[in-house]
Design a protein around this ligand. Structure first.
Ligand code: C2E
Ligand code: CA
Ligand code: CA
Length: 606
């Protein structure tokens, strides 16, 4: 009987002082004349009054008694009750009637415990009390049980809540995990709710941090970043870790618009930098961020995420370590979700194929190698050209996947072609088009190395083509460093579509370039436009003085070929020799072309 609610002690306590329920043994119980328990109106069977006659009369009196009950104060979480006391005069003596109504106790709720004190002397009282004891005890046991039950229930609820919290939480950082974030964000973005900003935060070069400084540091770094992100936003902001090194924040924007969010984002960026500095690594702490607003840019979570993702990749493509707000006009091309998912499916079904287009030495007709170009074979038999799916090049995951596929399949085809003429293995090359994402990826060089080794090829077997767009996307020098490294390993680097970008000539001075590719638009108009001819001549002049090789693209006619040869252009590619051919025809491509023949009359000399 240790766990007694305080109200019973009160009800049974002074002034008569002879009835104590807070006692340990029956011997200490004395003085109660009657005790019964009521549920609603009727006395339940088995409940007794010690002297049935007195008990019945007391009960009748009790039911007639007026007056409000006195509410017992109980500590939070305890059962509360209402107590009433009245003195009743009977021939047997004066009794003090106490009633105790339980509230809020699951087991005893609505029951009334009646106690009557006084009336008889000690012996008689004890005799009268004894039959009541089982009832009192039963009552108290029920109470105890319900207390235990309640405590169990509360404990179960607490562990449920803890479990729920665990299921929703990212174990490493303590913020919401990806699934929980998506769920909560979806709820918060329900129609008619406040305006929000979704901020995707991608830690720059995290993989490298992990590799170089170890996983323990990587974990501490992520934890510090999570704390910094949480601290940067107002309380109640939803923060989640949605990928290894990606966080997401859904912030209320009460003051609506980009200025308010820009302030928070700036605060978040400096918080992340501080966090890295506190870990003794001030050179880290860089993150790229993409921001989109709801409802301005999108109403529901999937669309909002897509917009923020598009902005994030714009931030990455512009060299990382920046925050970019979604702009419908410029980022729409990044988020062609439908196209991206179709493309992924096609890639899984091996319908993205590597085609090869020969690059020909213009003075001799020898095939110098090939450029590998992607073609999308649709299930209806149509073949899509890259210009119809170039949106996928803007998605870093797909772009990297595409490059990997082109490297793998292109090298296979190239290897088969070389097998027919091993003597060419030393000087023929396969040209591969790269995107910004490949060159921001530290793994690219290792992956390419293993693809080459697997086929017994060396780095001198590949040319890597980049456009000025790639160069312009390098704000922190990483692409430059990667290109230097690739070149040091022995790959040749080609500047693609030269003259069409916004770069200018300084790139030729500053970047590790071996080959200039003259864009098709200059070659095709060379015959009719003196200016285009002048551009071609100028490029050839620069190349000659600077020691670049040149590949003229888009040679379609004998006349173009003739002009280019006379201008001293070393190499070219174009439909005059061959369009890009499908994999099954690639191995049979000639090793040399007859330059005297027209497009239709080309013959193999190899
Ligand atoms: P690019 O790298 O400048 O590739 C040359 C483009 O010119 C190819 O178009 C080729 O088929 C086309 N071409 C070559 N000779 C002639 C010709 O005589 N006449 C005409 N009209 N066209 C000619 P394609 O295959 O449609 O590729 C377009 C662009 O898409 C490529 O331009 C390249 O930037 C990109 N691309 C293609 N495949 C890949 C790839 O696997 N990865 C990446 N990152 N980009 C790719
Ligand atoms: Ca190219
Ligand atoms: Ca080109």
């Amino acid at each position: 009987m240790k766990v007694l609610p305080p109200m019973i002690a009160m009800a049974a306590g002074p002034p008569h002082g002879t009835f104590g329920l807070l006692c340990e043994s029956v011997a200490q119980l004395s003085g109660a004349a009657a005790c019964w328990l009521e549920t609603g109106r009727s006395i339940p069977a088995g409940f007794i009054a010690v002297r049935p006659d007195i008990g019945a009369r007391l009960r009748e009196l009790a039911l007639q008694l007026p007056g409000p009950g006195k509410a017992l104060s109980a500590a939070p979480g305890e059962v509360s009750g209402t107590v009433q006391r009245h003195d009743v005069r009977l021939p047997e003596g004066t009794f003090r009637l106490c009633s105790l109504r339980f509230d809020g106790c699951p087991d005893l709720d609505g029951m009334v415990l009646w106690l009557a004190f006084g009336g008889h002397g000690g012996t008689a009282r004890r005799a009268m009390l004894e039959p009541a004891l089982p009832l009192i005890r039963a009552c108290m046991e029920r109470w105890q049980r319900s207390e235990v039950l309640q405590r169990d229930l509360a404990a179960a609820e607490r562990s449920c809540a803890r479990l729920e919290q665990q299921v929703r939480t990212d174990a490493l950082t303590g913020v919401e995990n990806s699934r929980a974030f998506r769920q909560s964000a979806t709820e918060r973005l329900a129609p008619g709710r406040a305006e929000h900003g979704l901020i995707l935060v991608d830690i720059d070069h995290f993989k490298r941090v992990n590799d170089v400084l170890g996983h323990a540091f990587g974990d501490a770094y992520l934890q510090a970043i999570a704390r910094a992100i949480v601290a940067a936003f107002p309380a109640g902001t939803l923060v989640g870790r949605i990928g290894g090194d990606e966080f997401a924040v859904l912030a209320d924007t009460p003051r609506s618009g980009t200025a308010y969010l820009a302030g928070l984002v700036a605060c978040c960026r400096s918080g992340i930098q501080r966090a890295a500095a506190m870990l003794g690594r001030p050179e880290l702490g860089r993150a790229s961020m993409g921001v989109a607003l709801s409802p301005e840019h999108a109403a529901d979570y999937p669309d909002l995420f897509e917009r923020a993702d598009a902005a994030l990749y714009a931030a990455k493509a512009s060299g990382r370590s920046t925050a970019v707000f979604y702009e419908p006009a410029s980022h729409a091309r990044f988020n062609n979700r439908e196209l991206a998912s179709q493309f992924r499916l096609a890639a899984r079904q091996e319908r993205i194929r590597a085609y090869l287009q020969p690059v020909v030495q213009l003075q001799t007709g020898f095939c110098r190698g090939f450029e590998v170009l992607a073609r999308w074979h649709q299930s209806d038999g149509r073949i899509r050209l890259p210009s119809e799916f170039d949106a996928v090049f803007r998605d870093h995951r797909i772009a990297e996947q595409l490059t990997r596929g082109m490297v793998r399949d292109g090298l296979d085809l190239f290897g088969r072609w070389l097998a027919r003429c091993p003597a060419r293995a030393g000087d023929a090359r396969l040209a591969i088009n790269l995107t910004t994402f490949d060159l921001l990826n530290q793994e690219f060089a290792f992956d390419l190395q293993s693809e080459l080794s697997r086929r017994g090829l060396g780095w001198s077997s590949v040319t890597l083509e980049i456009t000025e767009h790639v160069i312009l996307g390098d704000s922190n020098g990483q692409i430059h460093r990667n290109l230097e490294e690739l070149r040091a390993r022995g790959a040749k680097l080609a500047m693609d579509d030269f003259g069409t970008g916004h770069g200018g000539l300084q790139h030729l001075r500053d970047w590790p370039i071996d080959i200039l590719k003259i864009d098709r638009q200059f070659v095709s108009r060379m015959g009719s436009s003196p200016r285009d001819r002048a551009v071609v001549e100028a490029v050839l002049g620069i190349a000659d003085r600077c020691g670049f090789e040149v590949v003229a693209e888009g040679i379609e006619t004998a006349d173009q070929l003739d002009q280019l040869r006379r201008m001293g252009c070393s190499d070219g590619q174009g439909h005059f020799f061959s369009a890009a051919v499908p994999p099954e025809e690639a191995a049979a491509l000639p090793h040399a072309y007859d330059l005297a023949a027209g497009a239709a009359g080309l013959s193999s000399r190899g």
